[in-house]
Ligand binder design. Structure first.
Ligand code: URA
Ligand code: SF4
Length: 215
């Protein structure tokens, strides 16, 4: 089976999976989207309301912000894989429970094996805990480290940054570092480094230069 076929098979398994109680509230499962040869895999928490309706990851408010973050990193959705630690929506968007995370890890591991990404970007603490158990996101965010064969970069969850304005500059800055980190990984793996034109940082509406009022 090709990696693409394996991903399709996992998505099919997930759509009928009953390995944890989250299947009971499932409208559409959200296996994740992206190419089977993605260099980067983003792993979030779990589907919310809109994801459960549509069957695709990060399509609600957090997804809109993730799009802005990806633009900051000079990457497009089409070139990365985006998934979650649990594939069915926790009721009321509550945190996934340990037994649900354990049950769904089988699907996530199968996806990681099939895609074999060089970099895994974790979004939020549940995803971070899988790769860097016990780490504190406030101290390790944006820092890349080697975990086994791969490089892992823990990021704040976009939804957390949406709700806590103080995190927004940090998450934007962390995503802006991604192109350089990607090249660092490519160099370490003996792959071609991609030189990109420096992009202007995304300027916030409220950060427009103010008129000088002295004259
Ligand atoms: N939040 C997540 O963690 N994942 C999604 O797919 C959507 C919102
Ligand atoms: Fe299966 Fe994962 Fe859905 Fe639970 S959350 S039912 S383990 S696919």
């Amino acid at each position: 089976m090709t990696a693409e076929e394996t991903l399709a098979k996992i998505a099919k398994d997930v759509s009928v999976c009953t390995k944890c109680a989250l299947h009971e509230g499932r409208k559409k499962s959200v296996p994740g989207d992206g190419p089977a040869d993605a260099e980067i895999m983003f792993i979030g928490e779990g589907p919310g309301f809109h994801e459960n309706e549509q069957g695709h990851p990060f399509v609600g408010a957090a997804g809109k912000f993730l799009d802005q973050l990806l633009a900051q990193a000079n990457v497009t959705r089409a070139e990365v894989f985006i998934g979650n630690v649990v594939k069915c929506r926790p009721p009321g968007n509550r945190d996934p429970l340990p037994d649900e995370l354990a049950a769904c890890d089988l699907h996530l591991e199968a996806q990681i094996q099939a895609i074999n990404p060089s970099i895994i970007v974790t979004l939020g603490r549940f995803s971070m805990n899988k790769f860097i158990p016990g780490a504190k996101i406030s101290t390790v965010h944006g820092q890349m480290r080697k975990v086994g064969e791969r490089f892992v970069i823990p990021m704040f969850h976009p939804a957390a940054a949406l709700h806590q304005a103080a995190l927004k500059p940090s998450i934007l800055a962390d995503f802006a570092k991604l192109p350089d980190q990607l090249n660092e990984v490519r160099a370490a793996l003996g792959r071609k480094v991609v030189v990109q034109k420096k992009k202007e940082a995304v300027v916030q509406q409220d950060e427009k230069p103010k008129q000088l009022s002295m004259f």
